[in-house]
Design a protein around this ligand. Structure first.
Ligand SMILES: [Cu+2]
Length: 346
């Protein structure tokens, strides 16, 4: 049934756990709409035959519909609409809540390529390698104009906006290769801005990653365009923080300075000036650098300069990873995923 409908609708392969659910909703929506449209058509025809004027002189009889019929006419479409809404909303919540144990990958769009960076290294151009059966969270941004990361097989599409990180996640249940397209017109070579997601068996993925970190290409697997020993994003972030002067106002030791400390910042609920709290996630950390006055932390002065246009997308990602690595303990995340980074004492 699923396969038949997929072919009938000319849908691409179902490469992720979302694809299956999204398609089911799509079929359900289409089929119920079809049934309702057919019902309306048949009713119209019946009325035409039954109530048409028989002679030119006969008056049109006045009809009074019983209440239950009126109720049916309003109730059926309304409950269908509510059902779609509830099903769609549940999927929306699922799609927009990445699981905590997801593998993070930074994705940067630029004219006209996609760059994928793993927090512990390596990085690759146009080929995203992920393990099968494990949730992957993508942190998406752009270096120049707005792009849109589109994987038709995953039924997944999200804009990449300069100066801002957005996240999305997916889980590909089995190994395979899937096309990546840019779905936002972004200049001359927009149509050439293609990439590929390569899903490997978990063991193959680990082997690929180990080989990339060691700088040895694996036969048969896509090579990553990296220097022999790529540094981790967190370490790069520390260099950026020092070079940009962030550490003149922020500490990594837990002591507040001109600005709040970065130790344990990631994942904390930050109290804001003027009331309210905000979860310090990737999007908030990025916004704090690009537009510091948008949300000012309670108890601090709005003296931080804005870094929009002064930090590259890679540097912002590296700074975010550096801040993330400064966690006394990080609940809910398996320790094996990312070795805790020990800050250098200053
Ligand atoms: Cu593009």
């Amino acid at each position: 049934m699923n396969e038949l409908l997929r072919q009938l609708f000319f849908l691409p392969e179902q490469g992720s756990t979302f694809a299956v659910k999204v398609d089911h909703l799509h079929y359900f929506l289409f089929l119920t709409t079809l049934a309702v449209a057919a019902g309306i058509g048949v009713t119209g025809l019946t009325f035409l035959v039954r109530y048409h004027r028989r002679t030119a002189l006969a008056p049109t009889p006045r009809l009074v519909a019983p209440m239950w019929l009126e109720g049916l006419f309003i109730g059926v479409p309304l409950s269908l609409f509510l059902l779609w809404f509830v099903l769609g909303f549940r999927q929306y919540v699922w799609v927009s809540s990445p699981p905590r144990d997801a593998l993070d990958v930074y994705v940067t769009g630029k004219q006209w390529m996609w760059k994928f960076t793993y927090p512990g290294g390596p990085s690759a151009i146009d080929t995203l390698v992920v393990p099968a059966g494990r949730p992957v969270r993508l942190l998406l941004t752009s270096r120049d104009v707005i792009h849109s990361f589109f994987v038709p097989d995953f039924r997944m599409k999200r804009d990449a906006v300069p100066g801002r990180y957005t996240d999305l996640w997916f889980e590909a249940p089995k190994p395979g290769r899937h096309l990546v397209l840019c779905a936002e017109y972004c200049g001359l070579d927009h149509s050439q801005m293609r990439g590929e997601v390569v899903v490997l068996k978990p063991a193959d993925f680990e082997a690929w990653r180990a080989a990339q970190l060691g700088g040895v290409p694996v036969a048969g697997l896509p090579g990553a365009a990296t220097a022999p020993r790529p540094e981790s994003m967190a370490i790069r972030g520390e260099h950026v923080a020092a070079a940009q002067g962030c550490l003149q106002c922020h500490t990594v030791t837990g002591a507040p300075h001109i600005g709040p400390t970065w130790l344990g910042l990631y994942g904390r609920m930050e109290p804001l000036e003027g009331g309210g709290r905000v979860l310090a996630d990737e999007a908030y950390l990025t916004e704090s650098m690009m537009d510091p006055v948008a949300k000012v932390v309670a108890g601090y002065l709005p003296v931080m300069p804005g870094y929009h246009g002064r930090l590259s997308a890679e540097d912002v990602g590296a700074l975010v990873e550096f801040i993330k690595s400064l966690h006394p303990t990080r609940p809910g995340v398996p320790a094996a995923q990312e070795p805790a980074y020990v800050p250098v004492r200053r």
